[in-house]
Structures are given as C-alpha cells and as structure tokens.
Design a protein around this ligand. Structure first.
Ligand code: THU
Length: 154
C-alpha cells in the first residue's frame, strides 16, 4: 500500500491552481441537480498531472445523489489514477467557500491525508486546506490492519 508521506509534493504552481479551479467551475455547468438546484463542480489533479472533472448527480430517490467531489474522484480512480495532488470545488454561493460534505472528506481520505482541497467562490477566490485538516483523527485503510483482540467466529 502507498505510504501517504509519499504524497507531499510542495506547493502547486499558481497557473495549475488557476486551471484546476477553472475546471471545477466548468464542471459545475454539467450539474444534474433538479431537486436541490444547488450546482457543484469539482476537478481533481492526479499525481501525474491529469485533471478529472465531476459534478453532482442527483436522483429521484434522493439519497442516491452523488456529490461533485466523489464523481471527479470516481472518474480518476476508475481510469487508474489513485494518488492526488489537489481537488478544487466550485458552487454558486457568492459569500461562502464551498466546503466538502463529511462523506466526501472520508472518500478523499481513502486516497491519502496530505493533499490539498481548494474551496472556492464563483469569483475563483479560494481557501485551501489539506484533507487531514478537514478530517482530523480519521479512520483509514491502515486501521483495518491494526493488531486486534481475538474475536469469536474466526
Ligand atoms: N454537494 C456536492 O456535490 N458537494 C458538496 O461539497 C456539497 C453538496 C451536492 C449534493 C447535492 O446534490 C447538492 O449539492 C445539495 O446538497
């Protein structure tokens, strides 16, 4: 399994950040959100500098809706890209930086703690936090292989 320390790669060039945020806003145009009417877009940057976009995709069975962040990550992972440098998230909220939901934070965490989340506004201003800052003391893949007490039924 990949060591999460391997992921730290220094600050991203400004131009890459600009393009990633632009792609997140672009992705928002595809949002399928007839129920919430809350458009979200995301763009994830892989370790080998590819970008995958995603939008929220809702469903008449409300609880089946998928967030933009997970759409973008699912697209990347399903194309063989499992290590990420950053993700940018975009919504239409003028006065708030869009912040990822708890489920998406856990989904990001699966692929490492030390990568960046750019939470943006429509004017492309942003706040940046790491996955670890957004989800401290999290449960992850390594926890499954920790030493355990003996349990019955084994
Ligand atoms: N949503 C996202 O796609 N990402 C977020 O960071 C927050 C919320 C979506 C889920 C749902 O389709 C709509 O926004 C309203 O919650």
């Amino acid at each position: 399994m990949m060591n999460i320390e391997d992921q730290t790669s220094g600050p991203l060039p400004k131009e890459i950040v600009r393009v990633l945020i632009e792609k997140a806003h672009e992705a928002k145009n595809q949002a399928y959100c007839p129920y919430s009417k809350f458009r979200v877009g995301a763009a994830v940057l892989t370790q080998d500098d590819r970008m995958f976009k995603g939008c929220n995709v809702e469903n008449a069975c409300y609880n089946l809706g998928v967030c933009a962040e997970r759409t973008a990550m699912l697209k990347a992972v399903s194309e063989g890209h499992k290590t990420f440098k950053a993700i940018a998230i975009a919504s239409d909220m003028n006065d708030e930086f869009i912040s990822p939901c708890g489920a998406c934070r856990q989904f990001m965490r699966e692929f490492g703690l030390k990568w960046d989340v750019y939470m943006t506004k429509p004017d492309s201003s942003y706040e940046k936090m790491t996955v670890e800052q957004l989800l401290p003391r999290s449960f992850g893949p390594d926890d499954l292989t920790q030493k355990k007490i003996d349990t019955p039924n084994e």
